[in-house]
Design a protein around this ligand. Structure first.
Ligand code: ATP
Ligand code: MN
Length: 479
């Protein structure tokens, strides 16, 4: 008999029909006469209840059915008498496809800490929490492609191996085929990269933006969506060594339109998740409420997860300039009381404590900060008329901090060259990039969204390592 997925079965149960479901046992309970098996196949967070009459099945078979075992079950769909279940299956045949020894299988039907599950990363997607996060992750990825496709953007595949350092910030993983014990040397004694695989030093990309700009100047509206690598040794709950970034780049857009795009985009994908991941989000909301139950009020979220998502969709993001942000911070209570660890003055890079004050205390909603000092931003951002600030924009989210970083790009060749010189970005190596300004230059703008930071916000999870299947971070690269 053809298998039916549990999600389909629960969404539109055909009472009286014979069906086959396959999945893994979440729990088994019952009495001498009857066993109730909760079966999950990953298609939904919900389980279907399988009723196994002791008369129909041998003791030996029932003994082999434990949490984690894989089963194939055929039986009749009946309306459930139990609460919270619409339908269940009265088993006719049960095949144990694979056993899970309860004395050895680490995932048991009880609360496991996230730390424990990080240690058992290869099995953690078998828990409700991680399966929910991964389903939401998938839906967000799909929504991102849908948003851009519906608006006529093209998905541009920027390279993962690259000889360019997009940010000029370092923090890159070098890729080589050299034997590190014995690399070829030049006459002067330095490593001879002309003999390496690519004939030059090559790294894993830190951003697809510069290649995105090449695409935008031909195709108009493009976006990249790919893995990004940063060898920053920041062991935070917001940084991964390998993360996924979405980078739209739009010809003829200015900073204002760039902000509008980012806001529309974020609202769209969050709304998509709310519509398509209802059960998973409800589960995560309850999980969070439960985890925060015994915390003091100031450590609890002010709103439950779904209300927070709704709030972001329904309210305009606050838009302020960097200079305004500095003034607000200097006039704030925590500043005057000396509560900030880092000093606040015009020219500083905003620290996470400053961003959190603006987003969580002052405005209580997403904030877009624009027009940062040029000295703390990348070379490609458009120089404003004041010649001190650039047309940058960071989108800050409650509980997350920076989720999007972007800008209008400097479209004028001479100004760009001046900015590159100031920041020590070599022009010869970037000649290909400068050609966008040499030939048919035009205003354009774009931004980068860290995919995992978006997932943190949507799921309410608090550690970025818990929203990617296999996190890569300092001293962590298993599987
Ligand atoms: P941060 O100040 O938080 O390190 P950044 O200024 O280095 O961020 P950008 O270079 O502007 O970030 O990258 C664009 C987006 O990519 C950021 O807004 C963020 O969402 C995400 N991002 C940056 N670094 C990481 C990382 N190490 N892990 C996960 N996401 C990241
Ligand atoms: Mn960074």
């Amino acid at each position: 008999m053809e298998r039916i997925k549990i999600n389909n079965l629960l969404e539109s149960p055909q009472f009286g029909e014979q069906v086959t479901v396959k999945g893994w046992v979440r729990t088994k309970r019952g009495s001498k006469n009857v066993s109730f098996i909760a079966l999950n196949d990953g298609s939904t967070i919900r389980t279907v209840q399988v009723v196994a009459d002791a008369e129909k099945f041998s003791e030996d078979l029932l003994r082999r059915i434990n949490t984690g075992a894989a089963l194939s079950v055929t039986g009749e769909v009946v309306e459930s008498k139990g609460s919270g279940q619409s339908s269940e299956i009265v088993a006719e045949t049960i095949e144990v496809l694979g056993e899970a020894d309860p004395d050895k299988y680490p995932i048991q039907p009880k609360k496991h800490s996230l730390e424990f599950l990080r240690e058992n990363m290869h099995l953690r997607m078998r828990t409700n929490t991680f399966a929910a996060v991964m389903r939401i992750r998938h839906n967000l990825a799909f929504a991102i492609h849908k948003f851009f496709n519906d608006r006529g953007f093209y998905y541009l595949h920027s390279p993962i191996l690259t000889a360019s350092d997009a940010e000029g910030a370092g923090e890159m993983f070098q890729v080589t085929t050299f034997d590190l014990k014995n690399p070829p040397k030049t006459e002067e004694g330095s490593i001879d990269f002309s003999q390496d695989f690519f004939g030059q030093p090559v790294n894993l990309t830190v951003s697809g933006q510069l290649e995105g700009e090449l695409g935008a100047m031909a195709l108009g509206e493009v976006y990249t969506f790919g893995p990004t690598f940063r060898a920053e040794n920041s062991n935070t709950s917001r940084h991964l060594a390998e993360f996924w970034m979405i980078e739209p780049e739009v010809a003829f857009n200015t900073l204002k339109e760039n902000m509008d795009l980012a806001e529309d985009f974020l609202k769209y994908v969050i709304e998509y998740a709310m519509e398509n991941c209802k059960h998973d989000l409800e589960f995560l909301q309850n999980r969070e409420l439960d985890a925060e139950k015994n915390l003091p009020k100031e450590q609890k979220h002010e709103m439950p997860l779904l209300d927070r998502l709704k709030f972001v969709i329904e309210n305009d993001f606050e838009r302020i300039t960097y200079t305004e942000a500095i003034n607000i911070l200097r006039n704030s209570k925590p500043y005057k009381k000396g509560k900030f660890e880092y000093d606040v003055e015009w020219g500083i890079d905003l620290q996470s404590e400053h961003e959190r004050f603006l987003v969580e205390k002052k405005y209580k909603k997403p904030v877009i900060i624009t027009d940062y000092p040029k000295d703390i931003k990348a070379f490609y951002m458009k120089l404003n008329d004041d010649e001190k600030t650039v047309a940058a924009m960071d989108v800050l989210f409650p509980g997350i901090g920076e989720i999007v970083g972007g800008s209008e790009r400097e479209a004028d060749l001479e100004t760009l060259q001046k900015l590159m010189d100031e920041k020590g970005v070599p022009q010869e190596e970037m000649s290909w990039y400068l050609d966008t300004r040499r030939f048919g230059t035009a205003p354009h703008a774009g931004f980068g969204l860290g995919f995992e930071r978006l997932i943190l916000f949507v799921t309410g999870m608090t550690n970025i390592r818990d929203v990617i299947p296999f996190p890569r971070a300092p001293k962590q690269a298993g599987f």
